[in-house]
Design a protein around this ligand. Sequence first.
Ligand SMILES: C[S@@+](CC[C@H](N)C(=O)[O-])C[C@H]1O[C@@H](n2cnc3c(N)ncnc32)[C@H](O)[C@@H]1O
Length: 197
Amino acid sequence: MREVYSCVRVIDHGLGAGNVLRDGFNGKAQELLRRIGLKRGQKVLDFGCGRGNYAIPAAQVVGDYGRVYALDKNHRALDELMRRAAARGLDNIVRMDTSGEVDIDLEDGSVQVVLLYDIFWYFRLHDPRLPRLLDEVFRVSTSDGFISIYPKHVDADRLLEMVLSQGYRMRGSCSGELLHDGNLERGRVYNFMLTNR
Ligand SMILES: C[S@@+](CC[C@H](N)C(=O)[O-])C[C@H]1O[C@@H](n2cnc3c(N)ncnc32)[C@H](O)[C@@H]1O
């Protein structure tokens, strides 16, 4: 049966407010990414991309004229991501190996979409690096861009409040089947636009 993703778009009134499984997930992930607003030709940063469960479908959605910056501190995960990308003939993924620093080696305003999917085990709410990460993501995003958050292992309400307090504005949310810890589960991603701060 075809999975139907339900999305809620916030009407802005200015108030601010296992490989087989992974491969099978790919089509669902492309659908989700299209629903959140990812388009052909866009540039995307997937911060903490892991083995590419979302970076690979993102690369398929943005196509040849788009680009996905796949950033992670886990070099073996990136090795696997690049193998999977090569097996699909994708050459629009830029590998970004880091040592876990929050600074992102991209120019100001260089990506339209940033994915922060299931990274909050590593960036806890009290961790001073989390607001710095949100600042960095703001810096590298275009003014008409948006960020998309999949809040796992974190108090989602408190995280979303923090994001709002950092100069972002709610754009909407999408629910559907998401891949988490190797299992498909029902989840929701939250999308935020940048404000003029
Ligand atoms: C649970 S995985 C999620 C992977 C992917 N986003 C997904 O949803 O399938 C979290 C990833 O964040 C990466 N990560 C954690 N802290 C990081 C940091 N400071 N810089 C870059 N990557 C980081 C980990 O190496 C891991 O690959």
